[in-house]
Each structure stands twice: as structure tokens, then as C-alpha cells.
Write a protein that binds this ligand. Structure first.
Ligand SMILES: [Zn+2]
Length: 935
């Protein structure tokens, strides 16, 4: 070690090894970027870490923008990967939950990019909704100004996180350029009869002064947003006919990856519930019995085949029909009649006790052939009806074209007919209702409809979209009407049909409508002529991985799926299910302190932590500590700003990814940084040492001659061992990142890999081709998780390389993902009679083409197998399961083979023994692998 004369960029005297330019000192004031100074700092200090991020951020942003641009090129022929995270509500402040979800999606996006995919990783804003309106009322600002200034602030915060979002695709749902197309989708639904108005009893939130959908009320009957106890009110509202797609939405759940969707599938199935009945629509005859009312009745029935046998319709006293007509006494006949959809005959309606009805429904068909009550009532009132079942009660009579059919045959024939007439017919569930979407609030997408005294409800013509939100003076709604009603100039318009005076619809849409299709707009965010180009949707849908919170598993996912099923029915989408795979991430919890006696929460700076148990500083009161969802009232929030400025982006990213599976809740503690920083230091030291050893000779020959202490065959053996470990690690990490999304497990593999590489003797690493490649691959595999840190490691590492394994001229983010060697043995486990027997290897190059026949012939050559098969025995059947190219399992049934399991044992004992045997063999195998890797 000598004292260095001077270093151009860092004008500080430091001790330094001239051969490898290894600085050995306290380097407080040194600007320490290798690319700038050509000086490698041997120890990774906090300052270096922050300095690295500052230097690399613009480089990485440029790289990300170029990659995003490349994906957008029509000529791009790479396979696609659409990584989507749920877009945020622009509250103005980023919290750790955001940091977690976006870091997860960023790792997946960068990983897939390294795998050679054209990755779409967009970001935007779910920008309509009540908080903006409430903030505006409190602070006297316009909701628009409040929202856009929040978007600006949050975007800046996100851009500081080193995330690879393609900002050229950015959308905000409150932008007229966006909601024009939300309105367009609404009008398409209106055209198909799927958007309709209905008078009825609705859920009213007295705090937010708006109606709520059933889905937005919790089990206690309170609003999901305000928490207020929900009241019931009679109002005319807009609905989307989600029920029409209920069967499709149930079936679609078979098309998604069941392993990751599992819990969600359960919730969604439960929500929709079994489709046992049909929807039938009855037009209503006005009181004068001559003209049809604009209203119609949608009736749920589980006996649609018996539709010719209706005597009357039962109506709940609480239904809007009864309330509207002022007829609510049980047994009263309504002064209006319904029209039978198949016979066109008028049908009477009777106010009927609620307990006989289907759950959740206001009406029911009365069919005397199957209901004694219906027969009694019909006879009493003299309603005409026919018996529609023959003597066997299995075939139809008096049912027109359906006579003689079995009930089952008739069900599908009647269904077909109703569908053809556009009067229902869809299979629906008893539980599910249509989606109530109108809200009496200002800050939302205006419903594009005009009300004319002469023409009734008229849709706004497509060419007049968007119906823009005007400014209003008052945001507080009056008596259930939207504040939009106050803007007279906006409200009054002309009818598109007759040109007469008319009024605009003043309700706006539930914000859940806005977020049903944002991922489609991301594909084509600047399109002025269409919501999105179907050709682009065909190329990029479905979303390959959707990441977001569990709390959206019912509402948002259900609504988004519904709209996609609808757009698919219009041939605008290649698939009805929008999300191929789903990663629901857990929450980030913070430590809270609560006074035991009073339950009062106190901030951490008032806690005395010096003793065994924490106490309140001032009073000495005993405290309860707990990890809970972060919230202001519990003083347990962590501001990302604070940790980022202290530890930097990459360490924070690693911290939030390590130790805990993305699916689980994460209890936030700065202690996790310790492990992260230690590991980062270890990898840094690996590169430092590598530089040092490599610089001991300036050419390959010199280096090799200096490693003369190692015998040639030892060197050969080390090369093999290093290659083997490298392959094992890559295979395992691929599995975590492709299949389980356990990024934490992938990081833990990288930790083991680092420790193992640290143990490779310097006389090996100095000249080893395998070691050079293995270390390069470690840096490449770190890069999706910590891109700045990996970029700096790479630039310090590559000048000392001797072999051609990587593209040394490019940065680490441009390296392809490490590939397995062709001769690497992929694990093929074989299982006989449900017991895992042994594992053999299949060369990687053969693995993709592995068939069950090839697998069997390989297994038959395995010595363990030969030992077991003491005589020729029949193999009853066998099948092969390949786990997306990471491992394979061959299951064999050999009835004559005794695997040493006691035959007299009971079934459960047998299973236990078999499991124990399987475990033992696994343990043995693990020991073998460990021995191989640690000698
Ligand atoms: Zn008109």
C-alpha cells in the first residue's frame, strides 16, 4: 500500500493500492462513483450508497424510457409481458404500502425484461371520488386543482423510487380524454339494454349524501367509505345489468391460474353464487291499459320452463311499484298489469307477503302447477291459468311449441326463445343484483344521458362525447340531488332527438366504473378515435400479472371482470378474463404503543424503551405494543421519505422485499435494514476482492501462472462445482420469480449464493472462468431488485473480466437473464404408489421436450429403481407433471411392488408411513446436495 499522488476528481489524500486502485481509508468527502473517478471504494458506506443512486438515477430512467419505447414499436417481435399494479388514488402522499406494491411490480417488470420480453409497465391515477370533493369543501379549492396538484406531487415521489413505469402511457380517470371513453362504454351498454334506470329502494349514505351499491355496504350495514349507518330511500337510479353476465363470470374463473387466484376465486364464486334460475323481463301496461310503460319488471325464476303456467305475479309491498302506486296492502291487485313475454297476454299483479319470495327479490311468478298457494290465490281472484305439467309431472302440456318436452328440454328451449326476443333468458343467481352506479356527487364521470319531456330518456350522441364536468359553485348536494343540478347553463340543453328543450342527467358514475377498464386505455392512452385499438388489445391482453391489495378482491375485480366480459362480447377483446395471474399483496403494518389502562395511543417519542418493557415517559404508565395497520390516529405510520433519505432507494427496496412473502402482511421495522446492508456489503466486498485478485496480473496468462499453486485437476473440479451451484441457484430463483412470486425466497437464495461465492479460495477465483461468470450473474440477478446498486457493482466489475460470458460493453440492465447450461441436470422426481422414491437428472436441453415415455425410460435406468424392481412387474399407469420448466414429477402405479409399508396398517397409518418415507428420502437428498455444495 502506498500513498497516492492525486486523484483527479477526488482531491483528497487516501491510502490506496496502485495495482487495483483500491482505496483504503476513511473516505468521507470523496465523491465515489467509479464511472466518474475510476476509483473503486472498498467498503460500501451509507454515503456511497446515496451517491450511487444520485448518479445512476438519470441513467436508469433513460434506459427505462428507451425500453418502453422499444415495446411500443409496431415492429417489436419479442413476446409480451403486461405487468400491472393497481393504480393509486392520488391522495397526495405516498405511503409504505404504495412503495411495497410498486416495488413488487417493478421487480417483476425488470425480471421479465431481462428474460427478453417486451414489457408493459404503466402507471396512472384513479382520480375521481369523494376525498377530492371533501377536501375541496374543507379548503375551498376546486376538486380538479386539488387532484392534479396531488398527482404532480405523487408522480415526483414515484419517480424518485427508481421504478420502471412507462409514463408515456399515463392516464387520469378525471381527464375528459379518459372519461369520454368511460361514457362511450356506458352508451354501448345502454345500446345493449345493459344500462338502465330503475326506481327502487336504495342504500343512502347520510354522511356522504349519496347512494351506495350493495357491494359497498359492510356486514354491519355501514358504508365502506364513511362508515355511516346506511339508510333506505326510494329513488330512480342508474344500474348496469351485471346479472346478465353472472354465468359467464362464474365460468371465467376456470380460465385463470387457480393457484394464485385461489382465495379470490372463492370470494368471487361466493359473491356471484350458483346460477340456478333465469331472468325474465315483463313489460308493464300503463294504467289506461293501452300504452306500455317505460318501466319493465325483471323477474327471477327457477321454473322458467313453466312460463305458460303463470296465473299472476307476486309483488312485495316494499317494491317501488307498490310504493309508487300507493298500493301496499297485502292481497291487493295492482291497477297496472304486466305483459307475458311469450303469449303477450296481460298478467295481474298481487301484493304478496314477503316471506314466500326469493331472497333479495321483489317479485315472483305464481305458477299453480307447482304451488298450492298460487292455485288458491288464482282461484280466489279468478285469474285464468293452465296446468302445464302432464300426469307424470315430467312433461309439458298447454305450453304452445314446448308441449311434450321434458322440463329440462323446455328450460333450454324457453331460455333460447327469451334470449332471441331480448326479454331475458340469461342464467342468473338468486343472490346477485344489478350494479347500482349512479351517485349524487360532483367529482365523477357524468352519465351521458339527456331527459326530454317528449322523448323520455335519450342517450347523448357518440359524436357529442365527452359530456364534460362543468364548474359548480356549491359542492354540497341538496336533498339527494347532485350539485351538478345547480349549474343551470350546463343543465339545460336541447334534445338530440326532437331538438326541443331538455335537461342533462345530473348523476355521476360510481368511481368503480372508471377503474373497470383503465388497463385497456394504458395500451393506447393517446387514441383520439377509440377507447383502445382492438388490435393492441389482441396483442397485449390479458394482463400477465396483476398486483394489488386483497381489499379489492371482490369489488374492483368483479366490476373489472364484468366490463371485460361485456367488451369481449362486442369482439373488442381477445379474451373475457382480463387478468391471467394475480398477486394480492399483504399490508405494511407499523408498531403502535397504547397505554394499557386507557387504550390511548401515543407517539414513539413519548415511549421509554430503556427497560425490558416499554413505558410512557411522562407518566410511567404500562404500554401495550402491537403491529397494526399504519394510521395517523395510531401514530404508527412510517413516512417513506424518512427511510429513503436515510437508507436510500435500493436498500429500502430490498428491505421491503426481504424476509416476508409478498402475500403476507409485513410488520415494518428498521431492523430489517441491518441484514440488507450486511448483504449489500458482502456482495460489494466480493467485487472488491475480485478486482484486487484480478489486478495481480494484467493478462490472463499472468493471472493463470500466478495461480500455479492450484493443481490442474483441482481447478477443473472447482470450475464444475461453481457451474453447478450457479445453475442450481438460477433454476431456483426462476421458479420463485415465475411461479410463486416469492421474491423474498429469491433474495434469500441470493444471500446463500453470495456466502458460497465468498468461500471460493482466491487462487481459484483469480483465474476461474466459471467464477467470473457466476459473480457476473449474481450482479445481474440483483439488478431487478436494486438497479442502482447493481449498476455500480457492474461498472466496477466489468473492467477486470477476461472471458466472453456477458456483453461487457453494456450496462447491467441490458444483460439478458442468466441461462442454465444445456447439460445442467433438471430434477425429475419419481413417485411409486404415492411414495416419492428418488430424484434423477434430465439435461436442461432435453427438459422442454420431456414426455412421459422418455421420463419412464430414464427412471428405468436409475439404480434405485432397478434395485426395487427385483422381478419384472407391470406398471399399471404413469403420468408426468412438469412445473413450467423447473422440475418434473413422474408418478407410477406398480401394484405388485412392496415399498416396505406394512400392509396390515390402517389407511391413515399407511399414509403417515408413506409420508415419513418420502420425508426421509427428501432429507437424504438435501444432505447430498449440501455436501456437494459445501465441500
Ligand atoms: Zn325530445
Amino acid at each position: 500500500m502506498k500513498s497516492v499522488r492525486s486523484l483527479a476528481q477526488c482531491k483528497v489524500l487516501v491510502r490506496h493500492c496502485q495495482r487495483c486502485r483500491w482505496i483504503e481509508s476513511n473516505i468521507e468527502a470523496v465523491r465515489c462513483i467509479y464511472n466518474k473517478t475510476g476509483v473503486w471504494i472498498p467498503r460500501l458506506t451509507n454515503e456511497t450508497r446515496l451517491e450511487i443512486e444520485k448518479y445512476w438515477r438519470p441513467h436508469i430512467q433513460k434506459h427505462d424510457a428507451e425500453k418502453a419505447q422499444e415495446t411500443k414499436q409496431a415492429t417489436c417481435e419479442k413476446p409480451k409481458f403486461y405487468a400491472l399494479c393497481m393504480f393509486p388514488y392520488p391522495s397526495g402522499n405516498l405511503h409504505l404500502g404504495h412503495v411495497r406494491v410498486y416495488t413488487l411490480s417493478d421487480v417483476m417488470a425488470r425480471y421479465q425484461q431481462a428474460q427478453g420480453k417486451a414489457v408493459i409497465h404503466p402507471m396512472g391515477w384513479d382520480a375521481f371520488g369523494l376525498p377530492a370533493e371533501n377536501a375541496a369543501i374543507e379548503r375551498g379549492v376546486r376538486p380538479k386543482d386539488w387532484t392534479y396538484s396531488n398527482i404532480k406531487r405523487m408522480k415526483q415521489q414515484l419517480q424518485n423510487l427508481g421504478l420502471s413505469f412507462d409514463w408515456s402511457r399515463e392516464v387520469a380517470t378525471c381527464d375528459p380524454e379518459y372519461y369520454k371513453w368511460t361514457q362511450w362504454i356506458f352508451l354501448k351498454m345502454y345500446e345493449k339494454g345493459l344500462a338502465f334506470q330503475k326506481k327502487g329502494l336504495v342504500n343512502w349514505d347520510p354522511v356522504d349524501m349519496t347512494v351506495l351499491a350493495d357491494e359497498q355496504i359492510d356486514d354491519q350495514g355501514c358504508s365502506w367509505r364513511s362508515g355511516a349507518e346506511v339508510e333506505q330511500k326510494y329513488l330512480t337510479q342508474w344500474y348496469l345489468r351485471t346479472t346478465v353476465f353472472s354465468e359467464s363470470l362464474l365460468d371465467g374463473l376456470n380460465e385463470v391460474d387457480s393457484s394464485l387466484w385461489r382465495d379470490i376465486i372463492k370470494l368471487q364464486k361466493n359473491w356471484i353464487s350458483e346460477c340456478k334460475g333465469h331472468r325474465v323481463e315483463f313489460k308493464i301496461l300503463q294504467q289506461d291499459s293501452e300504452s306500455l310503460s317505460s318501466d319493465s319488471l325483471t323477474i327471477y325464476t327457477e321454473d322458467v320452463d313453466l312460463i305458460y303456467g303463470i296465473s299472476h305475479i307476486c309483488v312485495k309491498p316494499s317494491s317501488y311499484l307498490c310504493v309508487d302506486l300507493g298500493v301496499q296492502d297485502e292481497g291487493t291487485i295492482l291497477p297496472v298489469q304486466a305483459i307475458h313475454p311469450l303469449t303477450d297476454q296481460p298478467v295481474s299483479m298481487v301484493v304478496t307477503n314477503e316471506k314466500d319470495m326469493y331472497v333479495n327479490k321483489e317479485t315472483m311468478l305464481a305458477i299453480p302447477s307447482i304451488s298450492k298457494t298460487a292455485r288458491t290465490v288464482a282461484n280466489e281472484y279468478g285469474f285464468p291459468f293452465h296446468d302445464v305439467l302432464d300426469g307424470t309431472e315430467e312433461r309439458l302440456k298447454n305450453s304452445g311449441e314446448f308441449n311434450g318436452l321434458s322440463r329440462q328440454e323446455a328450460t333450454s328451449k324457453v331460455q333460447e326463445k327469451l334470449l332471441a326476443l331480448g326479454l331475458g333468458g340469461e342464467r342468473v343467481s338468486e343472490q346477485l343484483n344489478d350494479w347500482l352506479i349512479s351517485r349524487q356527487r360532483y367529482w365523477g364521470t357524468p352519465i351521458p344521458v339527456i331527459h326530454c319531456d317528449r322523448c323520455g330518456t335519450v342517450p347523448v350522441p357518440y359524436e357529442d362525447l365527452p359530456v364534460e364536468l362543468p364548474d359548480v359553485k356549491q359542492l354540497i348536494s341538496k336533498g339527494g340531488q347532485s350539485p351538478l343540478a345547480d349549474n343551470e347553463t350546463w343543465l339545460h340543453t336541447t334534445c338530440p332527438k326532437c331538438g326541443g328543450p331538455a335537461k342533462r342527467e345530473t348523476d355521476t358514475m360510481d368511481t368503480f366504473v372508471d377503474s373497470t377498464w383503465y388497463f385497456l386505455r394504458f395500451l393506447d392512452s393517446k387514441n383520439q378515435l377509440m377507447a383502445f385499438d382492438p388490435a393492441l388489445a389482441k396483442k397485449y391482453m390479458p394482463v400477465d400479472l396483476y398486483i394489488g391489495g386483497k381489499e379489492h378482491a371482490v369489488l374492483h375485480l368483479y366490476f373489472a371482470r364484468f366490463v371485460n366480459h361485456f367488451l369481449h362480447s362486442l369482439d373488442l377483446l381477445p379474451c373475457r378474463e382480463p387478468f391471467g395471474n394475480l398477486l394480492t399483496q399483504g399490508m405494511v403494518n407499523g408498531m403502535s404503543y397504547r397505554v394499557k389502562a386507557t387504550g390511548k395511543y401515543i407517539p414513539v417519542d413519548q415511549v421509554d424503551q430503556s427497560g425490558k418493557r416499554p413505558f410512557e415517559k411522562e407518566t410511567g404508565a404500562e404500554l401495550i405494543t402491537e403491529f397494526e395497520k399504519m394510521s395517523k390516529s395510531k401514530y404508527n405510520g412510517v413516512d417513506p421519505k424518512d427511510v429513503l433519505s436515510e437508507f436510500g432507494i435500493d436498500s429500502t427496496r430490498l428491505c421491503i422485499l426481504s424476509n416476508v412473502s409478498p402475500h403476507s402482511d409485513r410488520n415494518w421495522s428498521n431492523d430489517v435494514y441491518k441484514g440488507v446492508l450486511t448483504w449489500q456489503g458482502k456482495v460489494w466486498t466480493l467485487v472488491t476482492n475480485f478486482r484486487h485478485h484480478r489486478s495481480l496480473g494484467s493478462s490472463e496468462d499472468e493471472i493463470k501462472s500466478e495461480s500455479i499453486t492450484l493443481k490442474a485437476e483441482d481447478h477443473e473440479e472447482w470450475e464444475k462445482k461453481i457451474d453447478d451451484i450457479r445453475n442450481h441457484i438460477i433454476n431456483n430463483i426462476n421458479f420463485q420469480l415465475d411461479v410463486t412470486f416469492h421474491i423474498n425466497s429469491a433474495i434469500s437464495r441470493l444471500h446463500s449464493y453470495t456466502s458460497w461465492l465468498t468461500k471460493v479460495p482466491s487462487e481459484v477465483s483469480r483465474a476461474s472462468k466459471a467464477y467470473e461468470r457466476a459473480l457476473a450473474d449474481l450482479i445481474v440477478m440483483i439488478s431487478p431488485m436494486a438497479p442502482h446498486y447493481a449498476s455500480e457493482l457492474w461498472s466496477g466489475f466489468k473492467p477486470c473480466t477476461l472471458y466472453e460470458s456477458h456483453d461487457w460493453a453494456s450496462d447491467v440492465l441490458d444483460q439478458g437473464w442468466p441461462r442454465l447450461d444445456d447439460d445442467f441436470m433438471m430434477p425429475l422426481t419419481y413417485r411409486i404408489n404415492n411414495v416419492d422414491v428418488s430424484e434423477i437428472g434430465v439435461p436442461y436441453k432435453m427438459f422442454d421436450e420431456l414426455t412421459k415415455e422418455i421420463a419412464l425410460s430414464l427412471v428405468q435406468q436409475d439404480p434405485t429403481f432397478c434395485r426395487l424392481m427385483t422381478k419384472p412387474m407391470d406398471i399399471d399407469n404413469y403420468h408426468l407433471k412438469i412445473d413450467k420448466g423447473f422440475k418434473a414429477l413422474l408418478s407410477l402405479k406398480v401394484p405388485d411392488l412392496d415399498l416396505g409399508i406394512d400392509k396390515s396398517a390402517t389407511a391413515s397409518e399407511k399414509t403417515k408411513q408413506a409420508r415419513k418415507l418420502g420425508k426421509q428420502r427428501k432429507k437424504l437428498r438435501t444432505m447430498e446436495v449440501n455436501n456437494a455444495s459445501s465441500s
